[in-house]
Design a protein. Structure first.
Length: 128
């Protein structure tokens, strides 16, 4: 079965030093299943790096590796170059097994190490 991606509607809202992009994602089911949001932040994890904070807000019944892998594929393919990110960060709480699996399959690793603030627990990072 071939992969099929339907149009993604992207709106840009530029404020101060961040970029917020909200994408309404429509898959073969022909209805919105959630949003992708990304905004830039400088130096949250690594000093002087342009970081993209990636939020995936998906209806529960579509929170599966099948859909998450497609969304992360699109983000990895476009967001680094389109928005000048060197790093993307996304959160997955421990019981979100499908999301964690998809993040890891798409090149993200658990953010850990000395100097990482406690509030970054459960975040995953991917470098360009």
């Amino acid at each position: 079965m071939s992969k099929s991606y339907l149009p993604v509607i992207v709106t840009k809202n530029l404020k101060r030093f961040s970029t917020m992009i909200t994408a309404q994602v429509t898959l073969r089911i022909l209805k919105a299943i959630g949003t992708i949001e990304i905004f830039s932040w400088h130096g949250t994890v690594e000093t002087n790096k342009n970081e993209g904070i990636l939020r995936l807000d998906i209806l529960s019944k579509y929170e599966s590796t099948k859909y998450l892998n497609q969304l992360l594929y699109i983000a990895n393919l476009h967001f680094y170059n389109d928005f000048g990110f060197e790093i993307m960060i996304s959160k997955a709480i421990p019981y979100a097994k499908e999301r964690i699996t998809s993040l890891m399959k798409n090149g993200f690793t658990l953010l850990s190490g000395e100097g990482i603030p406690k509030y970054y627990k459960n975040y995953f990072i991917r470098k360009k």
